[in-house]
Write a protein that binds this ligand. Structure first.
Ligand code: ADP
Length: 154
């Protein structure tokens, strides 16, 4: 039965796009770039349970970087380090992809390195308009498609 589920998953995989498996923007836990990592903010990160936290400037669709929670383990909340300082120090790059990217292509992008999370965007009508941000996609979202089952987080 598991094999059949996986074959079905593999078939769907080649048909699907990141827009169909992403976590939509409203459901993404993010932080505003002007915040500092005081106790309250660190607690929010801890409670979110996520290992990567997109950081936005002013509006949630303007993602300027990603915080990795593993980068924060040596920080003292008493120091209240600005999020911008951490972004500059670690210089984690943000992968950007369009919503119609196929899952095959997305898997190859993740395999080539540069991170296991990407920001999903959609081109807007005007040539000089910034793309619209729709959500995020991670390697786990792709794996769930391949195995045809949800992975319950630890
Ligand atoms: P994590 O273990 O950090 O949550 P995973 O890559 O294992 O990250 O992803 C698990 C699920 O959580 C996926 O569906 C992914 O899209 C979603 N996810 C990852 N990071 C966030 C976040 N910051 N806010 C909301 N959902 C997230």
């Amino acid at each position: 039965k598991d094999e059949i589920t996986m074959l079905g998953g593999a078939f769907d995989f080649s048909q699907k796009t990141v827009g169909q498996v992403m976590t939509t923007l409203d459901d993404v836990f993010m932080l505003e770039a002007s915040l500092s990592l005081n106790f309250e903010v660190m607690l929010l990160i801890f409670q979110s349970g996520h290992s990567r936290i997109p950081v936005y400037d002013k509006s949630r669709d303007n993602i300027i970087g990603v915080l990795f929670t593993k980068d924060l383990i040596l920080l003292d909340p008493e120091d209240s380090v600005p999020i911008k300082t951490v972004l500059l120090f670690f210089g984690r790059t943000v992968l950007l992809v369009f919503f119609d990217t196929t899952l095959n292509k997305m898997l190859n992008i993740f395999r080539q390195g540069g991170g296991h999370m990407a920001i999903v965007q959609k081109k807007k009508g005007g040539a000089d308009e910034n793309p619209e941000t729709l959500g995020i996609v991670t390697l786990e979202d792709l794996i769930e498609e391949i195995i045809g089952q949800d992975i319950v987080d630890e």
